[in-house]
Write a protein of this length. Structure first.
Lengths: 515, 349
């Protein structure tokens, strides 16, 4: 079930919330938790009920492990149990997610004819596995049973964050479930949650899904026709750069908003990452909860920066390579992780030099570096990525692959099919200025390249010039929700635009669902 | 601002936004402008013909394969019934198609439904149909049930409504009257008669134009690029007969029976080509689903699908449009079944 589908918005969510609200004050906390668990498991099982077996099995195994850890941490058997717990989680994740990739790689390397196992990847396994690992580690460190079974099950399964994060630490959620305040819905939380949900919906439906076709066609054209013009490649690259941000941050904000409906505050996952002025800064702002997981549970256990410069950079590279691979079983993701690892190392090294870069330049370099790396993330294969980089460099032409000049290119523009009726209306009403140097203004304005660039420009203004929603909706001093007429009007405008666009809206799943 | 006040403001703003959208939608309804003139004028011409006929009439309805695929004068000569071809586009909702017959049919008439195969299986309304109907048949939109209104609105691309509003704005500024004003009905009828009499002096567009209609509403021009592609005529799918056609045809049949109008079904003309294989199990199953559906309403198909597979030379421009010779041949194959059906239950005798 997707957050933006009618069944979720108009049936699942209202029912889940109304029953939760109905339980408020009449029943103990555990009843509200059980209800949210039932709702979350329904949400999870909606597409394919068989997935639920894996989730329930994983929850049961990890909870039993945590009981063992809580009992044995004082003795020597604690650490082996923790290792067994983590290893089992990682083995399952590896078997489901990477066995096909590993089989294919071994087959290619040794010329074998191995058949990849046909395993159905349980939805959100990457997310709930990591969340449970963090619970096991926390239990081991705190030497006590942190949650009761139903609290733990909800911590893992809570539907707003189950499918694509944020990856919540036990301390961020379980105390809320155990608090007296839990199950008492506050109007402030509801209002803030509704606004975050609406902003998330807008980012997904109005921005990400409208940028997706631009990126998709550019990457498809580049690989299908063996290279595209630089104009198409750059447009596609920036479209994807903004698409993935709007898509994923939209999901995270919707998750935050939905959780607030039930009085639960989840950690923020994005903090205006494209405003970062260095790659180090970028990873403090992008997918914050995943970065934190890798830092706490991989980078630091590997030694972090404690064992000399060489080990520090090796640890960064290892961590980022595995973070890349976490996103998907493909060499392109691995390379994307390595690229970011290398960028982080370069960034750390640069900081040791006495040179300072003006902040505008460092922002530009960071944004371009991150954007270039997205090519590896988005391309289907190494060769496609290489071809795309060549396209970006203008190897196949600047405006078109036929070597046409700018004027020839402008004269060849045609209005997009979807905009033809609008174009014709203006044209036949005689509202266009005259043709300029053989270029029809309507053909120019409503052409695919110009409309794509306008969309990207609009997205860029939103990303660079506006604060992140959570900060915008909070009082800068107290941190409490700050409701304003501007927020109400913006939310209403988003709803109106979504309704207006519903006729031509083609819903696409969130990009991060595949991870 | 308190949370309560904020939520009230938000709700008010949402309602204002929805009201704005509703106003813009209503403003674009019934705002005829090019390129919508073509279908609008064809419909006006067909309605004029429908109003003009007297006596027992066969009302032909379907997609464009019906518009292009009948020789109505031959039907009139062979059956003694008047024949009016009301069909124009496959994308039109079936309820709309049947409404067109309901407007004119009277007791003793026959509704000959030559629906295209896709019309039995489709689940959604095309954005083309939603756009066209918004422009030249807004009354149809208002006549829809709430759920169908919602479906209609979902099928309407917002850019089309935007274009309609721009044209409405042009009406206010006067630009519309200078450039986009459509032909009025009186002039249309005069041009139509001039064309039939051979005295029309203007240029006759080749395609989809009221000036290409004969006096029965059939399409008569044939000088267009020939179609020589392949098509399976939507028989290779596995979709069940849709709920929409079930409901629409049930209602229409019930209306027809209450009004003593006979309903007959015809298969569409199909070009012999590499993709068309009526022996294929999927095609057999598709035809079987259609026939069973017709049987469930006690409706009769005139002949078998195989009888309407014709040489590809009898088709032009698309897989579903026959040439004049193709229309004549299809009608010739249909007539024995039609005459037999009418003589068996001839309500005039």
């Amino acid at each position: 079930m997707l957050f933006f589908t009618p069944i979720f918005l108009f049936a699942f969510l209202p029912i889940a919330w109304l029953v939760f609200k109905g339980l408020e004050g009449r029943t103990p906390n555990w009843a509200s938790i059980i209800w949210l668990l039932a709702a979350s498991w329904t949400f999870y099982a909606w597409a394919l009920p068989i997935h639920l077996l894996w989730l329930l099995g994983s929850i049961a195994f990890n909870y039993i492990c945590s009981i063992g850890l809580a009992r044995n941490t004082a003795s020597a058997s604690g650490k082996p149990l923790l290792v067994v717990g983590i290893a089992t989680n990682l083995c399952l994740l590896g078997a489901f997610k990477y066995s096909g990739f590993a089989t294919e790689t071994v087959s290619n390397l040794f010329g074998l004819n191995l058949t990849p196992p046909a395993l159905l990847l349980p939805l959100a396994i990457s997310f709930f596995t990591f969340q449970q690992i963090s619970y096991l580690v926390t239990t081991y460190r705190e030497q006590r049973l942190i949650a009761k079974p139903h609290e733990y099950a909800l911590y893992v399964s809570f539907f707003p964050q189950l499918i694509a994060g944020p990856i919540v630490q036990p301390g961020e959620m379980i105390p809320q479930l155990q608090s007296e305040r839990f199950s008492k819905v506050r109007l402030e939380d509801f209002a803030l949650g509704a606004t975050l949900l609406i902003i998330g919906l807008g980012k997904k439906i109005l921005l990400a899904d409208n940028l997706a076709p631009i990126a998709d066609s550019a990457f498809a054209l580049s690989s299908a026709s063996e290279g595209s013009s630089a104009l198409v490649a750059w447009t596609g690259l920036f479209a994807f750069t903004f698409q993935i941000y709007f898509d994923f941050s939209a999901y995270s904000e919707m998750a935050l908003g939905l959780a607030l409906f039930f009085g639960i505050r989840l950690p923020e996952n994005f903090a205006s990452p494209y405003q970062a002025t260095s790659v180090i800064d970028f990873w403090r702002r992008w997918h914050i909860t995943l970065s934190r997981f890798f830092k706490n549970y991989l980078y630091i256990p590997l030694g972090g920066n404690r064992n000399g410069v060489f080990r520090k950079y090796a640890n960064i590279l290892i961590t980022m390579t595995l973070a890349g691979l976490w996103h998907g079983a493909n060499w392109t993701f691995l390379l994307w992780g390595i690229a970011h690892g290398a960028l982080l190392c370069a960034n750390h090294l640069w900081r040791k030099t006495p040179f300072a870069i003006p902040s505008a330049l460092s922002w530009g370099l960071t944004f371009l570096s991150v954007s270039f790396a997205w090519v590896l993330f988005r391309a289907e294969s190494f060769s496609s990525a290489a071809l795309y980089f060549q396209s970006l460099a203008g190897s196949f032409g600047i405006y078109g692959t036929d070597g046409s000049s700018l004027l020839e290119f402008l004269r060849s523009l045609e209005p997009m099919e979807a905009w033809k009726s609008t174009h014709y209306a203006i044209h036949f009403l005689g509202w266009y200025p005259s043709v300029i140097n053989g270029v029809h203004p309507g053909h120019f304005i409503f052409s695919e390249p110009v409309l794509s660039l306008m969309q990207i420009l609009f997205a860029a203004i939103l990303v660079f010039a506006f604060p992140r929603p959570v900060a915008w909706l909070a009082n800068t001093e107290s941190g409490k929700p700050a409701f304003s007429i501007k927020a109400a009007v913006l939310s209403a405008a988003i709803i109106a635009l979504i309704i207006a666009q519903s006729g031509s809206f083609q819903s696409t799943p969130f990009l991060y669902f595949r991870f | 601002m308190t949370a309560k006040r904020y939520l009230i403001t938000l709700l008010t703003a949402v309602l204002a936004g929805i009201a704005t959208i509703a106003i813009l939608f209503c403003a674009h309804l019934g705002m005829p402008w090019w390129p919508h003139h073509l279908i609008r004028e064809v419909r006006m011409a067909k309605h004029y013909m429908a109003r003009s006929v007297e006596g027992p009439t066969i009302w032909i309805q379907g997609g464009s394969s019906a518009w292009f695929g009948f020789d109505s004068p031959q039907i009139k000569t062979e059956t003694g019934y008047e024949a009016v071809n009301l069909a124009f586009n496959v994308n039109m909702p079936t309820e709309f198609c049947f409404d067109e017959i309901r407007r004119f049919a009277k007791p003793g008439d026959v509704a000959l439904l030559a629906l295209e195969n896709s019309m039995y299986f489709r689940e959604s309304l095309s954005s083309y149909a939603a756009d066209e109907i918004s422009i030249w048949a807004p009354d149809y939109f208002w006549s829809l049930s709430l759920s169908r209104k919602a479906r209609f609105l979902k099928s309407l691309p917002w850019r089309k409504a935007l274009a309609g509003n721009l044209v409405r704005l042009g009406q206010l500024t006067g630009a519309y009257n200078r450039a986009l004003r459509p032909i009025d009905e009186e002039s249309l009828i005069k041009n139509l008669h001039d064309q039939w009499n051979g005295s029309y002096s203007g240029e006759i567009p080749v395609y989809y134009n009221y000036l290409t209609l004969n006096q029965h509403g059939d399409f008569v021009q044939t000088d267009h690029t020939l179609w020589r592609g392949t098509h399976d005529y939507n028989l290779m799918g596995t979709a069940p007969v849709s709920d929409e056609i079930r409901q629409d045809l049930e209602e229409f049949v019930s209306w027809a029976r209450a009004n003593n109008v006979r309903v007959l079904l015809s298969w569409l003309p199909m070009a012999r080509n590499a993709k068309l294989d009526l022996e294929n199990p999927k095609a057999i199953a598709s035809m079987d689903r259609i026939v069973k559906f017709a049987d469930s309403l006690d409706l009769e198909f005139l002949g078998d699908p195989e009888e309407y597979v014709m040489d590809i030379e009898l088709f032009y421009d698309t897989s579903h449009h026959t040439t004049a010779a193709g229309a004549s041949e299809r009608t010739r194959r249909l007539l024995p079944h039609l005459k037999q059906a009418l003589s068996i239950t001839d309500i005039h005798e």
